[in-house]
Write a protein that binds this ligand. Structure first.
Ligand code: HEC
Length: 134
């Protein structure tokens, strides 16, 4: 009886340990999506911010225009690099992007924009108009 309790406790701990380590093993998914285009409120807001501030250079759904295809970029850069690039801007071989650090809407919504673009980068959301999940 006592041994059983210890065994099940350690199994529980093992399961909890596996669950917390999963996000680092699998692709990062800071969003939820239903029916192929229905996003949670945060990442949907990310799409709206993206559309307002980023789409004119990076394409309506992130597929690239004057600026690079962010659905690809987000598989190559880390979350920290993304946050830093958005805040400080970037000048490189493709062109130059302004810094956004004085734009409060973008700065406060950076995580949400990241979530939306991660859904695009992982292929869970295609180059289509997302909707707010109900
Ligand atoms: C005026 C045009 C313009 C706007 C608006 C713009 N970008 Fe950019 N962005 C660029 C260009 C050009 C580059 C490529 C710079 C280079 O490496 O040559 C870039 C690069 C980036 C990169 C780096 C990609 C990589 O692979 O390293 C990220 C991330 C990014 N932009 C995010 C954003 C986000 C988020 C917004 C909206 C808040 C935004 N950009 C708005 C033009 C723009």
């Amino acid at each position: 009886m006592k041994l059983n309790r210890i065994t099940s406790t350690s199994l529980l701990l093992l399961a909890a340990g596996l669950m917390t380590s999963l996000p680092t093993l699998s692709q990062e998914r800071p969003y939820t999506i239903k029916n192929g285009n229905q996003l949670d409120a945060d990442s949907y807001n990310g799409f709206k911010l993206y559309r307002n501030w980023c789409a004119r250079c990076h394409g309506t759904y992130g597929q690239g225009l004057a600026g690079p295809d962010l659905a690809k970029s987000l598989n190559n850069i880390t979350r920290d690099e993304f946050m830093k690039t958005v805040a400080q801007g970037k000048a490189g071989s493709i062109g130059s992007m302004p810094a956004w650090q004085s734009n409060a809407a973008v700065m406060q919504g950076r995580e949400q924009i990241y979530s939306y673009l991660k859904a695009r980068a992982n292929g869970d959301l295609g180059p289509i108009k997302p909707e707010l999940s109900k």
